[in-house]
Design a binder for this molecule. Structure first.
Ligand code: SAH
Length: 240
């Protein structure tokens, strides 16, 4: 066998061995294709129209925000577990809530429920500054590390009870809540600027309505959009 043949034989064996052992890493280009398919099938075809939101969903690598053993399912049409009994939301819900928020480039946005940090990264692509609060410390630290690694310098993560909002950072142009309280926290209303919008699931455990609240001359105008299922907003005292 000549040298070239031997090298080829070695390469083929190495490739087959890696595949058989399940070691083949999923190339980022494969994720790119699945991400674009997700944007088309799960978002565009279901009525998400805001091109900036669609572009952000087509750019942020969701696979980086899920545990290693869930990466292959990163673009499936559903939520995924992220540990501590919490989940990263379904891509459609992330896109829908972001579109309802009507994010503008110069906005400062508050998010309650950082979770994996994925929703915060989407917002980081669309607005000036994102302030996000997570009550489970290891989740907050993990999200912060992921966001830093991916270069989201405009996303600020804090550990704490989001029910109280982030008074030092207020007021905000928009507030997005990704865990469900049984009523809208007054502190979040107070920290919302006039002409600002809040997107928030409200209701009983695992069966809520997604509200869009608009503040106009100090008054709230509310509309109900979708039935949703978020984890409940827990309070600091309950968590301890
Ligand atoms: N936005 C997240 C998904 C949210 S899951 C993402 O993109 O991955 C809901 C998160 O809200 C959970 O991580 C949960 O720990 C957190 N949470 C629940 N109650 C909270 C509270 N009072 N303050 C801050 N975070 C809270």
């Amino acid at each position: 066998m000549c040298r070239v043949q031997r090298v080829w034989q070695w390469l083929v064996i190495a490739a087959l061995t890696a595949t058989a052992c399940g070691q083949r890493p999923v190339a980022s280009s494969e994720f790119e294709a699945t991400r674009q398919r997700m944007v088309q099938r799960q978002l565009r075809e279901r009525g998400i129209k805001d091109e900036r939101v669609l572009a952000a969903m087509g750019k942020v690598p969701r696979e980086e925000f899920v545990p290693a053993d869930e990466r292959g399912d990163a673009y499936e049409d559903g939520p995924l577990p992220i540990g501590y009994g919490q989940t990263i939301s379904q891509p459609y819900i992330v896109a829908f809530m972001t579109e309802q928020l009507r994010p503008k480039r110069g906005d400062r946005v508050l998010e309650i429920g950082t979770g994996s940090g994925y929703q915060a990264a989407i917002l980081g692509e669309l607005v000036a500054e994102v302030y996000t609060i997570e009550i489970v410390e290891p989740l907050a630290k993990n999200a912060e590390a992921t966001l830093q690694r991916l270069g989201y310098k405009n996303v600020h993560v804090k550990v704490g009870d989001g029910y109280k909002g982030w008074p030092e950072g207020a007021p905000f142009n928009a507030v997005i809540v990704t865990c469900a309280p049984d009523k809208v926290p007054q502190s979040l209303v107070e920290q919302l600027k006039d002409d600002g919008r809040m997107v928030i699931p409200v209701g009983e455990q695992f069966a809520q309505q997604l509200y869009v609240l608009e503040k106009k001359n100090g008054q709230l105008k509310e509309s109900v959009t979708l039935p949703v299922r978020f984890v409940p907003m827990v309070r600091e005292a309950e968590q301890r």
